[in-house]
Design a protein around this ligand. Structure first.
Ligand SMILES: Nc1nc2c(c(=O)[nH]1)N[C@H]1C(S)=C(S)[C@@H](COP(=O)(O)O)O[C@H]1N2
Ligand SMILES: [Mo]
Length: 332
């Protein structure tokens, strides 16, 4: 991770011209993607608009293990210290670039994508590599509901009840080999049906990574539902990661492969841009290159509140980074 600390010190003049996410202007120029026209500035903090907030999120009648919902709330995560974000607000303000860069368009565009059938392959350095049908996987895992705060790197946040199971439970089921030190997660790849995968110059499919310690932390959830029902398409149906102490982009949606590996894997955003590191831990004292991370805007009320170190989840995760901070002098 020396690259990041080096980038950090680049003179202002060299860093400012390289905007987020490759540059919306550049994307439009290269692709002429019509949906992009409405974008101007929507990813910048404070500039987002809440679109279509009166639409209740649609849940497919074919969603896996639908009869299991709602499940019991985990008492350790029954109160996140903030008001819950309305389902209709969270479900109409989505980052899911496979469908669109426009947050308010994602729900509509994802609604008819065939998320069924769906399988999740668990592979790599495991004793029993296996491909699970999503319905079997959900039924085999210990589900609970947890209210988590969720903070996007763009400085907006929400508070939502996820349904899911600890990634740790799945890793235990397949048996992690001692050489495995990291977990790599990969999202779906379907350029014929996902407009963003043909029109946007990103390293598709979306991929993410965690250290094994992060992956087996009690907070690390594979979410299969939200607000007491299966995940609506726009939230990453039928299964997505949730790591609430990290910026939202780590929480990869619509996962198809989980791979145990030795070396630190590359991640989608650190390949696409120099502005996003592997750890992506939430730290209000470390600004993004182009904006402060000191505060965040609550979806719904629009109130601005201070951002907390590790999004307030230090009790669970702070000790994971003591050694890394010393070794790498960076944990972003
Ligand atoms: N496959 C995939 N996963 C993804 C993204 C994406 O574009 N594609 N966006 C990420 C970002 S930047 C955020 S903030 C969250 C948004 O999750 P939500 O729409 O459920 O709030 O999903 C993350 N996971
Ligand atoms: Mo994000």
């Amino acid at each position: 991770m020396t690259r990041r600390s080096r980038d950090w010190n680049l003179p202002e003049a060299e860093v400012t011209p390289e905007p987020v996410f490759l540059s919306r202007r550049e994307i439009l120029r290269r692709t002429g993607w019509a949906a992009g026209v409405a974008l101007a500035g929507s990813a910048l903090p404070g500039c987002g608009i809440l679109g279509g907030a009166d639409d209740e999120p649609y849940v497919s009648p074919k969603a896996p293990a639908r009869d299991l919902y709602p499940v019991a709330r985990n008492p350790d995560f029954a109160d996140a210290g903030r008001e819950l974000t309305d389902a209709s607000v969270a479900g109409n303000y989505n980052n899911f670039y496979e469908f669109s860069l426009e947050k308010s368009e994602v729900a509509k565009l994802a609604r008819d994508y065939p998320f069924d059938p769906w399988q999740v392959e668990v592979t790599g350095l495991v004793s029993n590599p296996r491909t699970f049908d999503i319905d079997d996987l959900i039924r085999a895992m210990p589900l609970d509901e947890r209210i988590y705060r969720f903070r996007c790197v763009e400085a907006w946040s929400m508070t939502v009840p996820w349904t899911g199971f600890p990634l740790k439970a799945l890793l235990e089921a397949v048996g992690v080999k001692p050489e495995a030190r990291h977990v790599r997660l990969v999202s779906f790849d379907d350029p014929e049906r996902l407009p963003g995968q043909t029109s946007l110059g990103y390293p598709w499919p979306y991929f993410e990574g965690l250290t094994l310690e992060e992956a087996t932390n009690d907070l690390t959830l594979l979410a299969t539902g939200i607000y007491g029902h299966p995940l609506p398409p726009q939230h990453g149906a039928p299964i997505r990661l949730v790591t609430p102490w990290k910026y939202g982009f780590k929480s990869i949606k619509s996962v198809v492969r989980i791979e145990l590996v030795a070396d630190r894997p590359k991640t989608f955003w650190s390949e696409a841009s120099t502005e996003y590191g592997f750890f992506a831990n939430i730290d209000p004292s470390v600004p993004h290159r182009r904006w402060s991370q000191a505060t965040e805007r609550l979806l719904g009320s629009g109130d601005r509140v201070p951002t907390q170190l590790y999004n307030g989840y230090g009790r669970w995760v702070a000790d994971l980074y003591e050694e890394i901070k010393e070794r790498e002098n960076v944990y972003y």
